[in-house]
Each structure stands twice: as structure tokens, then as C-alpha cells.
Design a protein around this ligand. Structure first.
Ligand code: HEC
Length: 130
């Protein structure tokens, strides 16, 4: 019984992404050298960098370190809805939004676009976040 429950929970965590985001991740995986890894995604998400503005910044600066909670944009002060699809089912459903914000946010923090590996790792982390 317990294993059935675990299987259901795992399946629903994978279904959090829309098919188009799922396909995008599969495409990224073909361009990446390692299987996507949530732990690597977490490291990337939490590491402080000297960002685009020349000051210290991490993904967590705006999204917070608990992805089930709302964050706050460090630049504008605006509240950002929770990033975890478990807490916010609208997350990782629109490929257009995902691509746009990954491009923008990687530039804010890492001063460059993310690689296929990095984008896949960080999406895996966000998707699996509990
Ligand atoms: C300067 C503030 C800021 C930083 C830093 C930041 N983000 Fe964001 N992020 C936003 C805003 C604003 C949005 C769009 C508003 C929203 O979706 O609520 C967003 C949206 C996203 C989305 C879209 C999710 C969806 O499908 O709706 C993803 C994925 C994301 N960010 C990942 C990251 C990652 C990865 C990093 C670090 C490389 C990062 N963010 C750093 C502000 C930030």
C-alpha cells in the first residue's frame, strides 16, 4: 500500500509540468552531457553571484529559499508568487514564460544565459521541490 502511495505521489510531481515544458526538458537533456540533477539545480539556485548590477544576488534573492512560499523581487519590491508547482499549479506550465524568465533571470544572476545542463538541472529542482 505504501509503495502504491509513493508511486502516485511521484507520478503527480512529474505531471506538474505541462507536456510542452516536459518536451522542452527532454530536448534540453539531449543537449546536456549529464542526466539532470535536482541537487545541482539547488546549488545553482542558491549560490550567490555578483550579478548584472554588480551586487551580490542569487535566484533566492527574489524567489526566497522556500519555494512553496511567495518571494519578493529585490529590484522592484513586488511580491512574486511561489515558484514550486506543488504550491502554485500554474508554474512550469507555459513554455513561453519558462524560456523568457530563465533567459532573463540567468542574466540577472549569472550575467549570461544558462546552458542546457543548467536550465534542466534548475527546472528539475523546482519541479521536485517539496
Ligand atoms: C531580480 C529578481 C529575480 C531573480 C534574481 C530571479 N528571478 Fe526568476 N522570476 C522573477 C520574476 C519577476 C518572475 C516572473 C513573475 C512570476 O512568474 O511570478 C520570475 C519567474 C521565474 C520562472 C518562471 C516560472 C513559471 O513557469 O511561471 C522561473 C523558472 C524562474 N523565475 C527561475 C529563476 C532562476 C533559475 C533564477 C536564478 C538563475 C531566478 N529565477 C532568479 C524574478 C527573479
Amino acid at each position: 500500500m505504501k509503495s502504491i502511495l509513493i508511486a502516485v505521489v511521484c507520478a503527480s510531481s512529474l505531471m506538474a509540468a505541462s507536456p510542452e515544458v516536459g518536451n522542452y526538458m527532454q530536448q534540453l537533456q539531449t543537449e546536456a552531457s549529464e542526466p539532470f540533477d535536482a541537487a545541482r539545480g539547488e546549488a545553482l539556485f542558491t549560490a550567490e553571484q555578483i550579478g548584472k548590477k554588480g551586487t551580490k544576488i542569487a535566484c533566492t534573492s527574489c524567489h526566497g529559499s522556500d519555494l512553496t512560499q511567495k518571494g519578493k523581487n529585490v529590484n522592484t519590491g513586488k511580491i512574486i508568487d511561489a515558484l514550486s508547482p506543488g504550491a502554485n499549479p500554474a508554474r512550469l506550465t507555459s513554455l513561453k514564460e519558462v524560456k523568457k524568465w530563465l533567459r532573463r533571470n540567468f542574466k540577472d544572476v549569472y550575467n549570461r544565459e544558462g546552458t542546457a545542463q543548467e536550465k534542466g538541472d534548475v527546472l528539475t529542482y523546482i519541479m521536485q521541490y517539496r
